[in-house]
Design a protein around this ligand. Structure first.
Ligand SMILES: C=CC1=C(C)c2cc3[nH]c(cc4nc(cc5[nH]c(cc1n2)c(C)c5CCC(=O)O)C(CCC(=O)O)=C4C)c(C)c3C=C
Ligand SMILES: [Fe+2]
Ligand SMILES: [Fe+2]
Length: 344
C-alpha cells in the first residue's frame, strides 16, 4: 500500500496543547504569601538585571522585609471571594478559549493556563498536559506587547522545565500581538461601549506597565510596541493629537523607567486644563492589582486631588467575547498544520 495515501485518523493524530500564561499572583492577600510570590518574581534576572551579588542581599535584606506588608494591604483591597482578580480572569479566559477550541477542533486540543510566578506553575501544567498525551504545544503568554521581562521570561520558565525531560513536545510560542487587528478592534470596541455609557472625556489615557528605560536602550522593543498599539486604536477611533496620550505606570526602584510616568502626568493634567479623562490599560489582558488598585483607585485620587473633575477607568478586556474571539483567532492561525480544519 502506498504510504503517502494513508489518512491520519483522530486517534492517531498527536494531541495539541494550548497553554495561556500570565504573570502570576500571590496565593493569598497576606504578608507570607505575598513575600513568597515577590521573592520568586523579583529574583528573576529578566525582571531585575542588577548583578546578583548586589541585588540578592538587597532583595532579601531590605525589599522582602518592607514591601510584602504594603503589597498585601493593597492586594486585600482587590481580592474577591474567588481569589485574586488576575487568577479569576485568567481562569475564565482559559475556560472560554477551551469551549471554543472544543467546538472547533474536538478533543484533539487541550487548553489550560499557568502562571510565570506562583501557582499554577508552568512546570506543573505542562507536565499534566504531557501526561494527557500532548505532543504539540502552543504557548500564548497573555502579554500583547513583547518585553524580555515578561514574554522571554515565560519562555525561560518553559525551557527550564523541558530541561528536566528526555522527550519534549513540538513547541510554538507567541511572542506578542501588539498590532493584531482583532485585539486592536476589541480595545476600540471596549472604549466605545464605555463611552456610550459614560460620555466622551477630554483625553483618553493609554497606560502601560513600565520597564526600566535601560532595557529598551539595550534592545527591548516594548516601548515601540506600546506606542504602536495606542496608534492603531486611536486610528480606529478617529482620535486626533491632543485627544489622547500614552503613559507608563507601576514604576519600581530608583533608575529611570519609561516616561512619561502615569502618576506625574495625572497630577499635571488638571493644571494644564484637562479635567476629564478616561484611562485604559491595553497592556494588561486581565484586570489585576496594577489596574484596579493603582490606576482605578490610587491614580484616580492623584488626578482628583490635583483638581481633576471626572476620572473614568475602562476595564481590561478580560473574558469579553471580543477578546476571546481575538485570542482564539490568534491561536487558530498558529495551529496551521497541527490540527484539522474546524469541525462543521
Ligand atoms: C521590579 C520590576 C518590575 C518589572 C520590570 C515589571 C514588568 C512588568 N510587569 C507586568 C505586569 C504585571 N506586574 C504586576 C505586579 C508587579 N510588578 C512588579 C514589578 C515589576 N514589573 C511588582 C513588584 C509587582 C507586584 C505588586 C507590587 O508589589 O506592587 C502585575 C499584577 C499581579 C497581580 O497579582 O495582580 C502584572 C499583571 C508587565 C506587563 C511588565 C512588563 C512589560
Ligand atoms: Fe509588574
Ligand atoms: Fe503597582
Amino acid at each position: 500500500m502506498d504510504k503517502s495515501s494513508t489518512t491520519v485518523t483522530d486517534s492517531q493524530r498527536p494531541r495539541t496543547g494550548i497553554l495561556l500564561t500570565n504573570l502570576g499572583t500571590p496565593d493569598a492577600p497576606d504578608k507570607a504569601a505575598v513575600k513568597r510570590y515577590l521573592k520568586e518574581f523579583l529574583s528573576d534576572y529578566r525582571v531585575v538585571d542588577l548583578p546578583r551579588w548586589l541585588w540578592i542581599p538587597l532583595l532579601n535584606g531590605v525589599i522582602l522585609n518592607i514591601r510584602p506588608a504594603r503589597s498585601a494591604a493593597a492586594y486585600s483591597t482587590v481580592w474577591t471571594e474567588e481569589g485574586s482578580p488576575l487568577m479569576v480572569h485568567t481562569r475564565a479566559q482559559a475556560q472560554a478559549v477551551a469551549k471554543i477550541m472544543e467546538e472547533r477542533h474536538g478533543s484533539e486540543v487541550v487548553v489550560d493556563f499557568a502562571m510565570r510566578y506562583g501557582n499554577p506553575s508552568i512546570a506543573s501544567v505542562v507536565d499534566r498536559m504531557l501526561e494527557q498525551g500532548v505532543e504539540q504545544l502552543l504557548v500564548l503568554p497573555l502579554f500583547p506587547q513583547y518585553s524580555g521581562a515578561t514574554v522571554a521570561s515565560t519562555s525561560d520558565a518553559l525551557n527550564h522545565y523541558l530541561e528536566t525531560r528526555r522527550s519534549m513536545p513540538a513547541i510554538r510560542f507567541i511572542s506578542g500581538y501588539s498590532d493584531n487587528a482583532d485585539y486592536i478592534a476589541a480595545l476600540a470596541l471596549s472604549i466605545r461601549s464605555y463611552q456610550a455609557e459614560h460620555g466622551v472625556p477630554q483625553e483618553l489615557i493609554f497606560s502601560y506597565h513600565g520597564i526600566p528605560q535601560r532595557y529598551c536602550d539595550e534592545g527591548d522593543p516594548y516601548e515601540q510596541q506600546c506606542h504602536r498599539t495606542t496608534q492603531l486604536v486611536v486610528e480606529l477611533l478617529g482620535l486626533k493629537e491632543g485627544q489622547y496620550r500614552t503613559v507608563f505606570q507601576s514604576r519600581f526602584g530608583r533608575e529611570p523607567w519609561l516616561k512619561p510616568y502615569a502618576d506625574e502626568t495625572l497630577a499635571e493634567l488638571p493644571g494644564n486644563g484637562v479635567e476629564s479623562i478616561q484611562v485604559i490599560c491595553p497592556g494588561f489582558s486581565a484586570d489585576c492589582l496594577e489596574t484596579i488598585e493603582e490606576m482605578g483607585e490610587e491614580n484616580r485620587d492623584v488626578f482628583l486631588d490635583a483638581g481633576g473633575d471626572k476620572y473614568g477607568f475602562i476595564p481590561c478586556l478580560n473574558s469579553s467575547p471580543e477578546h476571546i474571539a481575538a485570542l482564539t483567532q490568534l491561536i487558530d492561525e498558529q495551529l496551521a498544520g497541527w490540527v484539522e480544519e474546524p469541525l462543521g
